[in-house]
Design a protein around this ligand. Structure first.
Ligand SMILES: [Zn+2]
Ligand SMILES: [Zn+2]
Length: 459
């Protein structure tokens, strides 16, 4: 760092008119030269001033009052920053001098001198959290920032660093040593927020969400994937829902989440599924991918196998999870947009309103397969969901279909289709809204009686 006359002029002015700690003093010149801490920067400037003043005083140049003024500045350096070379100069000219170090920094109110107190406060709060990296942020009462702005305007200082940045860095450095963990800017696990007031600082910590990815199988028909608020009371609770606020007694989400909340000590959880099956459909076979996003977790590493086992023990007849792993949060977006690029395989139990002869069924099935595989379905938003989704016609593909005769009124169909295909409507035709449909092709009214999803996979 090159220290020129204008820096020295500003430095002298600060020392004459204000009381600053070394960190606040050095911060005013932070943009000049890198690789030094603000305190080290202050010391570099003090060294030059001490040399200059000592020389003048030794050579007894100037008047008595000059001498007193110079000694005053050295005393200030000694008192405000306890810089040892300044203490030595003071002792040389005044044997009885003792550094009382009692002063209040005009800019930080001694925050930097007492930074260990703040660091201890953070350490105590952070003890409740598991984390491997962190980030410190500071917000300050505007009066504190205004004070420094006015100070700089008055002294025409334009080489200073912001107070908040200074606090973040110095606190971060101390925590790094204390915890032996590093600062992470992009995706910190623990976020420490310092609120700066003139007389005290408060500390708040929060944590970034933790995400666990896995697949689930749903064995119980009649439960939705996620919690559904009761229609009548919108979840507030009423007589009809026995004040549970729920439309359905439980859901995949409600069965799975509690264990994750318990293990992670998170405040809440959000369930993200790669699409969802109908409430009356099971999801079996290879299961459906999902991510549980745990908000404000206190614990970030726990035994996922254990969760899998416990869930199997408690609710294994209703739902099962497997392939659990911790994933970055960015996976949620991928999961959400994966619908169009995945295929799904279903097994449907199909009921016919009219008698189907085994002979006709056998004869028709191959040509029907050919027709549905040959070109995309035109599928208009089903009547049962059109009240909540845009009424559009979408192209959907059937990749494979196999039929199995049961009796004159029932058969099974195993259907591999593009994600987002409405299978029930592909079977029934939905009053002509899905074309072609199995009902249309078999020439009899058909209804999907049971639906299982047996595979959610890649195309
Ligand atoms: Zn200060
Ligand atoms: Zn209700």
């Amino acid at each position: 760092m090159e220290i020129n006359n204008s820096i020295l002029t500003s430095a002298k002015k600060i020392l004459r008119e204000y009381n600053l700690c070394a960190e606040c003093f050095g911060r005013q010149f932070a943009l000049l030269g890198t690789g030094l801490s603000n305190t080290e920067r202050a010391h570099s400037i003090f060294n030059i001033l001490l040399l200059e003043y000592s020389k003048i005083m030794n050579e007894s140049q100037g008047s008595e009052s000059d001498f007193a003024q110079n000694l005053d500045i050295i005393r200030k350096i000694a008192t405000n920053t306890d810089y040892e070379p300044a203490n030595l100069v003071m002792q040389k000219y005044n044997e009885s001098w003792e550094n009382s170090s009692e002063f209040t920094c005009y800019l930080c109110n001694n925050l930097f001198i007492e930074l260990d107190i703040l660091v201890h406060k953070i350490d105590v709060i952070a003890k409740g959290y598991e984390f491997s990296n962190y980030l410190v942020g500071t917000s300050a009462n505007p009066k504190i920032l205004d004070r420094e702005d006015e100070f700089r305007a008055r002294l025409e200082i334009d080489s200073g660093e912001s107070l908040k940045r200074n606090i973040n860095r110095e606190t971060g450095k101390k925590l790094e040593v204390l915890w032996n963990k590093s600062v992470e800017f992009d995706n910190p696990e623990l976020i420490i927020q310092i609120q700066l007031n003139r007389d005290k600082q408060t500390v708040q910590v929060s944590t970034n969400p933790l995400c666990v990815k896995g697949r689930y199988r749903k064995y119980l028909r009649g439960i939705p994937q996620t919690h559904w608020p009761h229609k009548n009371c919108r979840g507030k609770g009423c007589e009809e829902c026995k004040f549970t606020g729920k439309q359905y007694s439980t859901s995949v989400e409600e069965l799975i989440n509690p264990l994750f909340l318990q293990y992670s000590k998170a405040e809440k959880s959000v369930f993200h599924g790669a699409g969802r099956e109908d409430i009356d459909a099971r999801c079996i076979g290879t299961g459906r991918p999902f991510i549980i996003e745990l908000k404000e977790p206190k614990v970030r590493s726990f035994d996922l196998q254990q969760i899998q086992k416990e869930l199997l023990k408690n609710n294994g007849d209703k739902v099962e999870v497997f392939d659990l792993e911790f994933v970055p949060r960015s996976e949620i977006k991928k999961l959400k947009t994966s619908g169009e690029t995945t295929s799904k395989t279903y097994e449907a139990l199909v009921a016919s309103e009219k008698k189907l002869s085994k002979r006709d069924f056998r004869k028709q099935q191959d040509s029907i397969k050919e027709i549905v595989l040959a070109k995309p379905l035109q599928q208009r938003t089903p009547l049962r969901v059109v009240h909540r989704r845009a009424d559009l016609t979408r192209k959907r593909s059937i990749f494979d279909i196999e039929f199995k005769w049961i009796n004159n009124f029932h058969f099974r169909a195993k259907i591999k289709a593009m994600g987002g295909t409405y299978i029930k409507e592909f079977i029934s035709g939905d009053q002509g809204r899905t074309k072609p449909s199995l009902a249309e092709l078999f020439g009899v009214p058909l209804k999907c009686e049971e639906l299982d999803i047996v595979d959610v996979g890649k195309l």
